[in-house]
Design a protein around this ligand. Structure first.
Ligand code: KIV
Ligand code: ZN
Length: 498
């Protein structure tokens, strides 16, 4: 008999806390619907009290999604719980995820409190959340560094107060696998009534142990894992969904099963990477570009004779289509549509036609079009909704020459032009844009990355722009890095100029 492991995806909450990875509500719904198809059991959709945007996203995801439980995060504070309950009102199955720090670091330094007081607050928050929903999950923040005897008292008390799930986060990613295993085992062995609730793992990857700790938690009694697509999350990230799903699928002898449709993993990974502008490292397990690429002659020979000599997973199991059609300037719409579908993007014919036009322009400049290029083309189409658009950009620069740029912006249909000199072509072009926009804005971070290699590669630009005390994120990609820089700046400006 196998045990069912519940997959709690927090890409849209813990994952989305990464600077520069924020999604708008439409994008969040797109991710949530793909997570539903992937087969996750719970979607943590946001932290409703934290901002009106987060509140609205929980509302809209609750409406859009049918099968998974929709979860909303709160602190152990009544106003947070009220906001979560309100945001979840359209959820077919709603869960409130409340909790408080239980380690001495949190109790003494963050709350200036005592263990007894924190225990009372934990019980009160659980009981309060139970007034709104049956399904209440309690998190013991920094459980990784919490004394096990005290942790067991908190877990026992919140289960008695009605918690259906208790989350044991290694918030700082401090635990080693044997320590995390011992913690979960201690709770299973010492908490009265522990079988009336599910214990959940929530591991961070600061020491590269997130997946190992999660697996140890499951092998010792946890039956829910909190994970993100591609392991995204603050600092070094969270446990990655695809790793846990494939570990238990590969190790059937452990008798742990999930509801994940693994053939959707690759397209899900690409969707999140592209919407969040967060590249996946090439050697990332399961979804990295090199995860199934054999370059040494000995390996290639072995795989050709029998795939299992060097591969423990058939790439098809995770949805990697190894008959992938290579896209070039001679590829037709059908090939592009097929590639997009493999990458998790469905498109209406008229949108596809526009993307195809862009595709042909790019294919003229770049010989082989890879998956990243295709996803960026689709992303580019999103700027069609922008109020401010770059109409043209002309720059003169070179060694021994002063850089000068002329820019024309289309602002809600009206054209504005400006020209400026600068200490380089990007500086000159940004100054020209500023002359048109006339607001005090500062670029706080400016990152240029090449996607693959080669002088014809696409450059991706991420920018953080500070305006009126807030930070706005801009992104663009173009084979021309000066154009990409200006487009990223305009992308950020579109977020505050309404
Ligand atoms: O890492 C953590 O402790 C968390 C909690 C808020 C669940 O993300
Ligand atoms: Zn976390």
């Amino acid at each position: 008999m196998s045990d069912r492991l519940f997959i709690f995806d927090t890409t849209l909450r813990d994952g989305e806390q990464v600077p520069g990875c924020q999604l708008n509500t439409v994008e969040k719904i797109q991710v949530a619907k793909a997570l539903e198809e992937l087969g996750v059991d719970v979607i943590e959709a946001g932290f409703p009290v934290s901002s009106p945007g987060d509140f609205q996203s929980v509302v809209e995801i609750s409406k859009a999604v049918t099968w998974p439980t929709i979860c909303a995060l709160t602190r152990a504070v009544e106003k947070d719980i009220n906001a979560a309950a309100e945001a979840l009102k359209y959820a077919k199955r709603g869960r409130i995820h409340t909790g408080i720090g239980t380690s001495d670091y949190h109790i003494r330094h963050k709350f200036n409190s005592t263990q007894e007081e924190i225990l009372e607050r934990a019980i009160a928050a659980t009981k309060y959340a139970k007034k709104f929903v049956e399904d209440v999950e309690f998190y013991c923040e920094d459980a990784g560094r919490t004394d096990n005897a005290y942790l067991a008292r908190v877990v026992e008390a919140v289960i008695k107060a009605g918690a259906t799930v208790v989350n044991i986060p290694d918030t700082t990613g401090y635990c080693l696998p044997d320590e995390y295993r011992a913690k979960i085992k201690y709770l299973i062995d010492n908490v009265d009534g522990v079988h009336n609730a599910i214990l959940s793992t929530h591991c961070h990857n600061d020491l590269g142990m997130a997946t190992a700790n999660t697996v140890q938690g499951v092998l010792n009694g946890a039956r829910q894992v909190e994970v993100t697509i591609n392991g995204i999350g603050e600092r070094a990230g969270n446990t990655s969904l695809e790793e846990v799903a494939m570990i238990f699928r590969s190790h059937k002898e452990r008798n742990i099963v999930t509801n994940i449709n693994t053939t959707k993993i690759y397209s899900m990974s690409r969707m999140v990477s592209s919407l969040m502008n967060m590249p996946v490292q090439p050697n990332k397990a399961i979804v990295g570009k090199n995860a199934f690429a054999h370059s040494s002659g000995i390996h290639q020979d072995g795989v050709l004779k029998n795939r299992e000599s060097y591969e423990i997973i058939d790439p098809k199991e995770v949805g990697i289509d190894d008959n992938a059609i290579v896209l070039t300037a001679r590829s037709g719409r059908a090939a592009l549509k097929h590639r997009l579908r493999v990458l998790g993007v469905e498109m209406e014919q008229d949108k596809l036609d526009k993307v195809y036009e862009e595709f042909l322009k790019l294919a003229d400049r770049k010989k082989d079009i890879n998956d990243d290029d295709v996803l960026l083309l689709v992303g580019k189409d999103r700027t069609a909704m922008h109020r401010i658009k770059l109409e043209y950009l002309q720059v003169t620069s070179g060694v021994g020459l002063k850089s000068v740029a002329s820019v024309c912006l289309d602002i809600a249909g009206e054209k504005f032009e400006a020209a400026s000199a600068g200490n380089g072509p990007v500086d000159a072009a940004i100054k020209a844009v500023k002359m048109i926009i006339r607001r005090t804005m500062t670029i706080q971070e400016f990152l240029i990355q090449a996607i693959n290699k080669g002088s014809d590669d696409i450059g991706k630009v991420h920018m953080q722009v500070e305006y009126d005390g807030n930070v706005y994120y801009g992104f663009s990609a173009n084979t021309d890095i000066i154009a990409a820089s200006v487009e990223a700046f305009i992308d950020a400006i579109n977020k505050f100029v309404k």
